[in-house]
Ligand binder design. Structure first.
Ligand code: GDP
Length: 204
């Protein structure tokens, strides 16, 4: 897919303020610092993501970008920011889960996982929750340029073992690096395919 235009549309505090669900949409989500801004920038050229959203104490927002006048890319607040009070964290989480459960045009969630780390409890928990809610998602391993191939396959294996405890078939996954620009075509292809399903389901 060729990215011809990426336009910031709106930051919403609440699902009711999001744009009309008249275009397919794709959410990007993961722990703070997982590499979400870098990945979105690598995919679309969007540079000035709502940066303040990762600053503690600032309002957490659902950011909509319109790509090619055809689909929405949604930048969600980072999960589990460590330095905020528990109550605030729970409120974000609630906003995110409410958003994920109620957007009728949500075609896929790209759930980002830092490839350098062993499986993190918060990631596994969230993945299992998405599964229990039948939400469509793809795992996106980030920062893969920072580790050796051996370590990467070791971490993927660990991840599989963890997921095998609860999953019969393993979720789709894409290996990426914002620095080396790997995984870009794969993600955009998934989006392109799902766009076809949204616009002309009989052809898909
Ligand atoms: P966010 O908080 O999830 O939006 O994360 P950022 O995109 O701001 O990235 C967090 C840190 O990881 C920054 O220092 C980035 O430069 C670095 N980073 C992100 N993606 C990659 C990647 O693919 N490779 C490398 N080497 N560093 C990355």
């Amino acid at each position: 897919m060729l990215i011809k235009s990426s336009i910031f549309v709106v930051s919403s505090t609440d699902i009711r303020k999001c744009p009309k669900p008249n275009r397919p949409e794709y959410a990007f989500l993961g722990r703070s610092n997982v590499g979400k801004s870098s990945l979105i920038n690598m995919l679309t050229g969007i540079r000035n993501l709502a940066r303040t959203s990762s600053v503690p104490g600032k309002t957490q927002l659902i950011n909509h970008y319109l790509i090619n006048d055809e689909w929405y890319l949604v930048d969600l607040p980072g999960l589990g920011y460590a330095r905020v009070p528990r109550g605030v964290k729970q409120a974000w989480q609630k906003m995110i889960t409410r958003y994920l459960l109620s957007r009728t045009n949500l075609m896929n969630i790209f759930f980002l996982v830092d490839a350098r780390l062993e499986p993190q409890a918060i990631d596994i928990e969230f993945i299992n929750w998405m599964g229990s809610q039948y939400l469509p998602f793809t795992l996106v391993f980030t920062k893969t340029d920072k580790i050796s191939r051996t370590l990467l396959s070791e971490h993927m294996k660990c991840f599989n073992e963890k997921l095998n405890e609860t999953w019969e078939t393993l979720p789709r996954r894409i290996v990426t690096s914002a620095v080396e620009r790997t995984g870009r075509e794969e993600i955009l292809l998934e989006i392109e395919r799902a766009n076809i399903v949204f616009y002309s389901p009989e052809e898909a």
